[in-house]
Design a protein around this ligand. Structure first.
Ligand SMILES: [Zn+2]
Length: 308
């Protein structure tokens, strides 16, 4: 009796394995659920396969990874096959745990302290990918995205780049030169994974730039963060006045002047206030004119009616 029950569960399981190979995931899931009801021994991996099926389209979903982790930790089996890919259970546990931490780190955003914390977490994760996953492929990418190029080493390299980019973002507010160094390191890792690293180089250049504010004369480093260009017209006489200065207050083409963040923000806020006042004045004048016209129309109509 027991034997026939097991046989039944095994048959369902075998059917499910074939259905997964054919890409019939929903049908496979149904067979697996039935087989779990009937059997569910200590080395049963039906629960693992159900959770794997549920991972489709949810590779960024922490709860999907947690369900899979529970199933992986409950089975006594050492490996399983999903479709054409054979996966070691301990390796999958490592990859799922790393994926959860990676998603949590990616979701960190906010002030400089948060970005620094995010950067440090990504760097630690990078080391773990390189040492614990190494040259193994990332199984979720292989199974669900058909991508066998992503190994632990490569993922580590990408995370090193992202970690240093996050450190740069967290540092640039206080120390743009240090932020430029972090971007330079990130650039090296981007190149190693075949990216152009263009945006890193641009930021290295911007963060390293220093100017003397045209308005207040203060020195500011970090283009786009601590100082900004404002388009202007610099006459030949004014150009001469800046000659010989170690730091420039204007762009090379003399099309714009540089303003430190404080001057730039102050000027912008004041200009906004003035624009708002003009806008409000124009609106109230328009409303008054509308009321006058309305009154004239009413008067005209009554005149027209009296003529009839
Ligand atoms: Zn200034």
């Amino acid at each position: 009796m027991a034997l026939s029950l097991f046989k039944n569960a095994d048959a369902l399981y075998e059917q499910a394995i074939d259905l997964i190979k054919q890409g019939e995931f929903e049908k496979a899931r149904g067979r697996l659920m039935k087989s779990i009801e009937k059997d569910g021994g200590p080395d049963d991996i039906s629960s693992v396969l159900v959770c794997m099926i549920d991972m489709r389209g949810r590779l960024g979903d922490i709860s999907a990874y947690r369900n899979l982790l529970n199933a992986l930790k409950a089975t006594a089996a050492r490996e399983f096959t999903f479709g054409l890919t054979t996966v070691s259970v301990p390796m999958m546990i490592v990859q799922c745990e790393l994926a959860v931490e990676e998603i949590q780190a990616f979701n960190m955003n906010g002030a400089s302290t948060v970005l620094l914390e995010k950067g440090n977490r990504l760097l630690k994760l990078a080391q773990r990918y390189q040492s614990e996953v190494g040259n193994e492929t990332l199984k979720m990418n292989e199974i669900f995205l058909n991508d066998t190029t992503r190994t632990g080493i490569r993922e580590g390299m990408v995370l090193l780049a992202m970690g240093y980019e996050s450190l740069a973002s967290g540092t640039v507010w206080d120390d743009p030169k240090k932020a430029a160094e972090y971007q330079q390191i990130a650039y090296g890792y981007r190149k190693q994974v075949g990216d152009t690293g263009e945006s890193n180089l641009r930021l290295v250049n911007d963060y390293s730039r220093t100017c003397k504010c045209w308005f207040c004369g203060r020195t500011a480093s970090g283009l786009g963060i601590h100082f900004f260009p404002i388009s202007s017209e610099i006459s030949p006489m004014l150009r001469k006045s800046g000659e010989g200065e170690p730091l420039r207050s204007e762009s090379e083409d003399y099309g714009s002047i540089y303003a430190c963040r404080a001057c730039y923000k102050g000027i912008s806020a004041r200009a906004d206030d003035i624009a708002k006042a003009y806008h409000n004045q124009a609106m109230s004048e328009m409303r008054a004119m509308e009321a006058r016209l309305q009154a004239e129309i009413v008067a005209l109509w009554s005149a027209v009616r009296s003529i009839r």
